[in-house]
Design a protein around this ligand. Structure first.
Ligand code: NZQ
Ligand code: ZN
Length: 386
């Protein structure tokens, strides 16, 4: 096991009815900006519940955060936070709203001239506005981690940031919220959280037995509940297992003491920036080609994954590792997620070259757990996902 330092300060309130505690979580004197997306919270009643819970607080609203939160929209919210002297932020939504809220928490304290530098140059201010979240769509894990991913359509960029200021103070996870989530978004949440575990697990063995068991149990739980969630999102017990699995998949617990990869996510963000494909689907497109391309380096963990998660009992390491990849792709298909880029766009031919060139320009020349994935490798991996 590798050395590590771990702290996760986010308070989780899990279960039905936890929204009623919202008022106690935010200081009474706070001036709150409630941040939400395109309006799903009006249709499923979450807006009313939050407003009722905060009836004793001063609350201003900012709606319209887009899926893949858009930088230009967020800048408008920064102006409001400054002019209204907001002291607390509350993000009510999925990963996009929560990531947008995280960005606002630091961008409104940023004193430089170009807030995009926060993402492109990792210039994070020393202070931030405290924020909490009410999760409405499980998958990204943003509710309990210090990461955010922001999109700038104007330049076709989608960049991520990780910083301790981006931990929510609290997150409310009421599993009954997923009743209103459309089927394709449920599939996205299941696939995204599954891939979060694989990015931190499919590397090379370092003897971290407990982290491996954690990772395998999250994968097994997602596989078990996926058919129930897809057929009936009002199944509360399944929703509980889904939400808690997706939170634990990316609250950095399973990453401690082990190598992580994240190459698929880095390439996936480019597929979203170029082709506007949902985040989770970009990961499903790339997983098969990436694990086939890195087969030699990853075959031991792939074989372990085959045995522990997919119950493959026979075969050489290579045979088991290959089966694991096939099972993974089949899992995405079971969620009605297509796994080839050409199924999403007819305009894909230049994609691999564009992404490889972008990575070269950014100096992203040594990706993966062994720092050996070059832009030339990225070119091949993306081509093989066509
Ligand atoms: O905008 P509204 O109207 O709220 O509708 C949303 C949106 O259209 C809808 N939705 C959310 N909760 C709902 C609901 N519809 C009905 N009922 C509900 N209860 O779902 C749509 C998608 O929402 P979005 O937040 O965009 O999805 P997701 O949670 O998948 O977030 C995706 C974003 O998170 C980033 C992705 O890159 C992408 O930008 N990620 C963030 C990570 C992090 N911070 O740790 C890690 C991930 O790997 C990922 O990169
Ligand atoms: Zn993800």
């Amino acid at each position: 096991m590798l050395n590590f330092q771990f702290k996760n300060p986010t308070k989780i309130l899990f279960g039905k009815g936890q929204l009623s505690n919202l008022a106690q979580l935010i200081p009474a004197a706070a001036k709150v900006l409630m941040i939400y997306g395109g309006g799903s919270i009006f249709r499923n009643g979450i807006y009313d519940s939050v407003k009722n819970a905060l009836s004793g607080h001063t609350v201003i609203e900012f709606g319209g955060i887009t899926a893949n939160p858009e930088y230009e929209v967020l800048l408008k919210a920064v102006d409001i936070i400054k002019s209204e002297k907001i002291t607390y932020l509350l993000g009510v939504g999925g990963g996009s709203v929560i990531d947008g809220t995280k960005f606002l928490s630091i961008a409104s304290c940023y004193e430089g001239t170009n807030p995009w530098d926060i993402l492109s140059k990792k210039l994070v201010p020393e202070r931030n506005i405290p924020f909490g979240t009410v999760l409405t769509l499980p998958g990204t894990g943003s509710e309990m981690n210090p990461r955010a991913v922001i999109t700038r359509s104007e330049t076709h960029e989608k960049l991520s940031i990780k910083d301790d200021h981006l931990f929510p103070v609290f997150s409310i996870l009421d599993p009954s919220v997923i009743r209103s989530v459309p089927r394709n978004q449920l599939a996205n949440g299941l696939a995204d959280s599954f891939m979060h575990v694989l990015e931190q697990y499919l590397t090379y063995p370092v003897g971290a037995l407990l982290q491996d068991r954690f990772a395998e149990s999250i994968l097994q739980t997602i596989i078990n509940v996926a058919p129930q969630i897809m057929s009936d999102a009002s199944n509360y017990e399944a929703a509980c297992d889904f939400i808690w699995s997706s939170t634990l998949a990316l609250n950095d617990l399973i990453a401690q003491g082990v190598p992580s990869d994240w190459t698929i996510h880095k390439i996936g963000h480019e597929l979203t920036a170029i082709h506007h494909i949902d985040h989770a689907r970009t990961l499903a497109i790339l997983a098969g080609s990436y694990y086939r391309y890195t087969f030699e380096a990853k075959k031991e963990k792939l074989a372990q994954y085959a045995a522990s998660v997919w119950h493959v009992r026979q075969g050489t390491i290579e045979e088991m590792a290959s089966e694991a990849i096939e099972h993974t792709v089949a899992f995405f298909h079971s969620l009605d997620i297509q796994t080839q880029l050409s199924m999403y766009t007819s305009d894909y031919q230049a994609t691999a070259a564009t992404i490889a060139e972008t990575f070269e320009q950014r100096g992203w020349t040594a990706l993966g757990e062994r720092n050996n994935i070059t832009p030339a490798d990225v070119l091949e991996i993306v081509k093989q996902s066509y």
